[in-house]
Design a protein around this ligand. Structure first.
Ligand code: UT7
Length: 310
């Protein structure tokens, strides 16, 4: 049984933090941030706002676009590294806020790869007949775990949420292939201990991100019997514009085939791919029947790629 992506939603908090704002309290510059990362600004949640609050607005829109009532959702999966609490899961809070009808609900912790890990699981639930409709949300409030005195990480991250509804279908649409990996031996490249702030070895992470996303992308294409020529748009995790460009170079892809909105939101971790997908769709960058390639990389280390027919 195949699964179709039937609704997309996103939400970012209205508060904008620009590079110029960062210059006021960090030893950094708009010039450094722009040339090294491509980021110009990011969104910051209010103090009281949690991942489930951002996820709520994104999920509500995705459900509306899918013309679906929350009670029709069988499974809610939230990909997040900034959960509302250690437990209950953010997915439980979200399902309650949406007034779903007691769905299976749980979080996935796979850092920036969380959303594509979650999509892979959603497909499995639908393909096995366990679920008919699955809500997958990437929701993050990284502003709460960033060390605002550390210029090497503070300039990179932002808050936001994106959501997709997947439904069982009889047509040939949906997730065609998925290649997901992890390597815990490199955990020290990028991590956040409980109750502490993010720590990252930037250069090391950069190199691993480029190699692993490019390799996983090729494997996912092969698994789906597709070539890069078949792909309408590549939607990579938005960590750094230089990483995105390096992947495009490795795959010999023209820039217009690779989506990026990092200048507006920075790195929103598990929310970055669903936000990018939403904006790419709104901008008319893909349509029904097109093939997409999604790829992500994050702390864990975790990484992967998947192909989708829209
Ligand atoms: O989402 C999960 C995956 N995350 C990633 O993939 C992130 C991967 N890493 C990166 O994107 C990049 O490594 C960074 C953007 C984090 C850093 O860029 P870089 O080109 O690798 O710079 P660097 O760490 O090698 O630092 C170069 C210089 C250093 O100064 P010295 O030692 O050369 O004097 C840093 O101290 O830039 C300095 N620097 C800064 N200067 C101004 C580091 N951060 C800043 C800053 N403003 N914000």
């Amino acid at each position: 049984m195949a699964c179709e992506l039937v609704g997309f939603g996103m939400y970012v908090p209205p508060r904008v933090l620009t590079n110029e704002d960062l210059e006021k309290f960090l030893n950094t510059s708009d010039e450094w941030i722009t040339t090294r990362t491509g980021i110009k600004e990011r969104r910051i949640a209010e103090e009281w706002e949690k991942a489930s609050d951002l996820g709520f607005y994104a999920a509500k829109e995705a459900l509306e676009k899918a013309k679906m009532h929350p009670r029709d959702i069988d499974v809610v999966i939230v990909a997040t590294s900034t959960p509302d609490m250690i437990f209950p899961s953010t997915a439980c809070f979200l399902a309650d806020k949406l007034k779903c009808n007691k769905p299976m609900a749980f979080d996935i912790s796979a850092a920036c790869s969380g959303f594509i890990y979650a999509l892979t699981l959603a497909k499995t639930f639908i393909a096995s007949g366990q679920a008919e409709n699955v809500l997958v949300v990437g929701a993050e409030v990284f502003s709460k775990i960033v060390d605002w005195n550390d210029r090497t990480t503070a300039v990179l991250f932002g808050d936001g949420a994106g959501a997709v509804v997947l439904s069982r279908t009889n047509n040939d649409k949906g997730i065609l292939s998925a290649v997901m990996h992890s390597d815990g031996s490199h955990w020290g490249s990028l991590y956040c201990p409980v109750g502490e702030k993010i720590k990252m070895r930037g250069r090391e992470t950069f190199k691993l991100a480029v190699k692993n996303m490019a390799d996983a992308s090729m494997k996912a294409l092969e698994k789906a019997n597709l070539s890069l020529d078949d792909i309408k748009l590549v939607i990579p995790h938005q960590a750094n514009i230089r990483i995105i460009k390096a992947i495009a170079e490795r795959l010999e892809l023209p820039e217009e085939k690779v989506f990026s909105n990092i200048h507006r939101y920075g790195n929103t971790s598990a929310a970055s791919i669903p936000i990018a997908m939403y904006e790419a769709k709104e901008e008319g960058r893909f349509h029904s029947g097109d093939y997409l390639l999604l790829t992500a990389f994050g702390g864990g280390l975790t990484w992967g790629a998947l192909t989708i027919k829209i």
